[in-house]
Design a binder for this molecule. Structure first.
Ligand code: SF4
Length: 331
């Protein structure tokens, strides 16, 4: 069950006495957020709006919604990072899953005695790291937890940022991801090129995601080579507050024009196949918003992320593109 740190929310409300608040968080924990909103209204008698649009990460807080509604505080829940606030009136609130990894960790320990692994996880399972480390060590596995970096805590990864994993690349033979997210685990496998296992306590299952990751890479590489045949490019700048990378977009425009391509600039909040199909005269797109939009979604035309676009420029210059995803941050 997901436990939201309501104590911290209540403390903030008592301190700042807002006339109304808004709350948001990842889709998977919206039911808990709804309950927290009800609890706030019951405790303080103030309106509590659940912002039901997506918030994929701290890059996508949707703080504009709080401004439009005029709420005194926006609580962004579940994107645990190493700071409490990124912008004024937005307070980041932890939410942890209380599921136990004991059985699945013991099972993994028995299968991988003597191996050295890097332990990694997402925001919701950071609270379990130390416990699992201990269980694995007691079962003969050597465990390393990489230091955090940027917004990341020790051992934490985002879908596009993998510093605690990549820092250990030379020291471990595989990674173990705590949770259920093939999305995060496949990013680790791709950015390190090492075997990666998911310890899923819900299904009591150990899943290797290495093959799944290779399929993602194959698709991403194919899109690069298809884009290399394009003449006209659309460069899309993302309009979500933490995904705005105008400089990268303009850099790619300049580089592609040097290669004789025509380039038009676009800006979008949600980059979907349907929205792109409205745009005419474009053979391929580069989006500099969220890299996983390109690697994990299906599009009719090539839609490259920043690391893919860097690889594209190399292809156009007859350079080698091996290891183009093996970087700690896909921007
Ligand atoms: S993967 Fe996308 S949504 Fe997640 S943190 Fe990175 S840019 Fe944001």
């Amino acid at each position: 069950m997901i436990i939201v740190d309501e104590e911290k929310i209540f403390k903030e409300i008592r301190l700042k006495k807002p006339a109304s608040v808004s709350l948001n968080g990842p889709d998977g924990i919206l039911p808990q957020i709804q309950q927290t909103a009800l609890n706030i209204t019951k405790e303080f008698g103030i309106p509590a709006y659940v912002l039901a649009d997506t918030t994929w990460g701290t890059c996508d807080l949707n703080s504009n919604a709080g401004k439009i509604l005029g709420t005194g505080i926006q609580f962004n829940i579940g994107h645990t990072i190493n700071t409490d606030s990124i912008e004024k009136n937005v307070v980041l609130i932890d939410a942890f899953d209380d599921i136990k990894f004991d059985d699945i960790a013991k099972k993994f320990g028995k299968m991988f005695v003597g191996k050295t692994i890097g332990l990694v996880t997402d925001s919701q399972h950071l609270n379990q790291m130390k416990k699992v480390e201990e269980i694995l060590k007691n079962n003969g596995v050597k465990v390393k937890i990489g230091k955090g970096g940027g917004q990341l805590n020790d051992g934490q990864v985002f879908g596009c940022e993998f510093y605690p994993a990549t820092k250990l690349k030379e020291e471990v033979s595989a990674y173990v991801f705590l949770g259920q997210s093939n999305f995060h685990a496949s990013g680790i496998a791709l950015s390190t090129n090492l075997p990666t296992y998911v310890l899923d306590p819900y299904f009591n299952e150990i899943r290797e995601v290495t093959e799944f990751s290779q399929k993602l890479k194959k698709k991403a590489t194919l899109a690069i080579y298809k884009a290399a045949e394009a003449n006209s490019f659309g460069i899309i700048v993302g309009l979500k507050e933490g995904q705005l990378s105008k400089l990268f977009g303009l850099k790619f425009k300049k580089e592609l024009e040097k290669e004789g391509k025509t380039v038009q600039l676009f800006a979008l909040t949600d980059i979907t196949n349907e929205r792109l199909n409205n745009l005419k005269g474009i053979d391929a797109f580069i989006q500099v918003a969220c890299p996983r939009i390109s690697t994990d979604n299906q599009f009719d035309k090539p839609v490259l992320s920043s690391p893919q676009a860097n690889a594209l420029l190399k292809v156009l210059r007859n350079e080698n593109i091996e290891e183009y995803l093996e970087i700690p941050h896909w921007l």
